[in-house]
Write a protein that binds this ligand. Structure first.
Ligand SMILES: NC(=O)C1=CN([C@@H]2O[C@H](COP(=O)(O)OP(=O)(O)OC[C@H]3O[C@@H](n4cnc5c(N)ncnc54)[C@H](O)[C@@H]3O)[C@@H](O)[C@H]2O)C=CC1
Ligand SMILES: O=C(O)C(=O)COP(=O)(O)O
Length: 525
């Protein structure tokens, strides 16, 4: 019999739905990682919220696990590459709690503007400190929205109802969408300098971690108030504390923390900070929505193989699956490569299929490219909804097929046009099933994309390789493979270095500071 474990607190409707569909369910909330590891082997499905962390180590013991269902949005607590590697589908419920979370952000903005929690506590103590709690109005103030996806756009709508002016920074926000939302699309620095209140609605990714730090805070208005109902780790808590103490930041309202559950935190006890224990999605309505949705999606997959809102697999028919499998990996890698390097809004992409691959069903491949491309920007993208998200963000997607092969018998080329530049990357299959990158920005290179890749562009001059190797060696970073390419002697050159382990930001900075280097970034596959 199919068996599911619910390991976080879900509405009882989830259990009922599983049982109605003939699935055996255990509810076991609050397990220690070791306890979960001990029992996970018996289950086909695991239903979670944010408290359970699904690590590669846990997945190693999950011999029967086929699906992890996240009753909610953020899946930063799930090791998705490890799940993918083990063939475990990871699903979320992208919309069920977005209104509730947006409302919480608005409530937190009001709470911090009027010090409601502090005044509440004082009044309960019988102090009647009427003159202590002087607030500020929201009317006519500027709200800076960082991240204008599902939740951010609902917050913008509600803030406009409160007669606030809304400016938004989101690399994926198209001018058309900004107009539709009635917000002003700005760059990050402009937002920081304009906003009286700043609210964050991005996922936690490599690109957003530590985004609010002492440098970005320094660019903010004096007396700014900051709200975070997205993820801990996006704000550097030590830097925020310093800015609160210095009077630069007048107040902060935080629902999420670097370490959760947050039993102690340097910001606790600070009079200017309003805190809630990750309550963004905690409403009866949202919990009912996400529980029903996750149970139905998981039951569908476990009983019929139908896939909805999966973050790591496409919908493909049983007949096409084996032929497409290696191409799916290649397509997602090409998308991910370009997505991780893209720092400005994407206007359009063109996917060219040449040779053998042009004769296959390329639709899932386009979806795989898009999912890989958009994933660094949003937790909610999956191979099913990637085309919709691209359309919503006004990204033009063009597909070109050419049955004739050129240098390679089969080739996929991705060309991404952003507001600033055009970037192309191509790949083929070696030996019929091994994905390889064969061209980047028109420069030939042959490389396998593995977990940690250091990508560097530079001028083709003697000495660079030695300097790069020295920095990596000094940092104890072992080079597994080293691939080089260049446009012409003395011209643009690039390298892809496969590392055994990631390197930290300080080492990357040392590499970027080398005079011949124009760009260097650690990419993950
Ligand atoms: N506190 C809570 O209980 C809850 C928190 N969340 C968090 O809220 C996040 C956002 O949720 P949704 O709006 O549904 O996601 P979404 O995927 O619809 O929107 C996220 C937006 O952030 C943008 N973005 C990504 N990187 C960015 C960057 N560096 N700078 C500016 N914008 C960037 C994306 O382009 C996207 O438009 C989730 O990832 C989750 O972590 C979600 C639900 C409840
Ligand atoms: O859906 C999300 O991303 C959330 O952060 C909600 O978290 P929770 O389910 O309340 O633990």
């Amino acid at each position: 019999m199919v068996k599911v474990l619910i390991s976080d607190k879900l509405s009882p409707r989830a259990k009922e739905i599983f049982e109605e569909r003939g699935i055996e369910v255990d509810v076991n909330v609050g397990l220690e990682p070791a306890q979960l590891k001990e029992i996970i082997g018996q289950y086909d499905g695991l239903a979670i919220r944010s408290a359970t962390t699904v690590t590669a180590d846990l997945l190693e013991s999950a011999e029967n696990l086929k699906v992890v269902g996240r009753a909610g949005i953020g899946t930063d607590n799930v090791d998705k590459p490890a799940a993918t590697q083990r063939g475990v589908v990871v699903m979320n419920t992208p919309f069920g709690n977005s209104i509730t979370t947006a409302e919480h952000a608005v409530a937190m903005m009001m709470a911090v503007a009027r010090q409601i929690p502090q005044a509440n506590e004082s009044t309960h103590q019988g102090k009647w400190e009427k003159s202590r709690f002087m607030g500020v109005e929201l009317f006519n103030k500027t709200l800076g929205l960082i991240g204008s996806g599902n939740i951010g756009s609902i917050v913008a709508d509600r803030a406009q109802g409160l007669k606030m002016k809304v400016v938004a920074f989101d690399p994926f926000l198209s001018p058309e969408r900004a107009k539709e939302m009635g917000v002003k699309k700005v760059e990050m620095d402009e937002l920081l300098s304009l906003a009286d209140f700043i609210t964050i609605h991005t996922p936690l990714t490599d690109g957003t971690r530590n985004m609010i730090n002492k440098d970005t805070i320094a660019k903010m208005k004096d007396g700014v108030r900051i709200i975070n109902c997205a993820r801990g780790g996006i704000i550097n808590e030590a830097d925020l504390l310093e800015a609160l103490n210095a009077g630069k930041v007048a107040g902060a309202a935080l629902d999420v923390f670097e370490e959760e559950p947050a039993k102690s935190n340097p910001l606790f006890g600070n009079d200017k900070v309003v805190c809630t224990p990750h309550l963004g999605a905690a409403s009866t309505e949202a919990q009912e929505n996400v529980a029903i949705q996750v149970a139905e999606q998981m039951a569908d997959y476990l009983l019929t193989g139908a896939v909805t809102n999966a973050l790591n697999i496409p919908s493909v028919s049983a007949e096409d699956a084996p032929k497409l499998k290696p191409y799916m990996i290649l397509a997602e890698q090409l998308g991910s490569f370009a997505g991780q390097l893209t720092e400005s809004g994407i206007k359009g992409i063109r996917i060219e299929f040449e040779g053998q691959v042009a004769g296959l069903n390329t639709k899932p491949l386009v979806q795989a490219v898009l999912a890989g491309l958009l994933r660094p920007m949003t937790d909610c993208v999956n191979m099913v909804n990637a085309p919709v998200i691209a359309r919503e963000r006004s990204i033009d997607v063009a597909e070109v097929k050419n049955d004739r092969s050129s240098d390679y018998h089969t080739l996929i080329r991705l060309v991404v046009t952003t507001e600033r530049m055009e970037r192309s990357v191509s790949g083929t299959l070696f030996g019929g099933d091994k994905p390889r990158i064969v061209e980047i920005k028109g420069i030939g290179i042959e490389a396998e994309l593995t977990k940690h890749m250091l990508y560097t562009t530079n001028q083709d001059k003697p000495g660079l390789i030695g300097e790069l190797g020295t920095i990596l060696a000094k940092a104890g970073a072992n080079i597994a493979t080293f691939h080089l390419g260049r446009a012409e002697e003395g011209g643009d050159a690039l390298s892809l270095i496969q590392l055994d382990a990631p390197i930290d930001e300080a080492i990357l900075k040392e590499i970027r500071d080398l005079p011949l280097v124009s760009q260097s970034k650690l990419l993950h596959f």
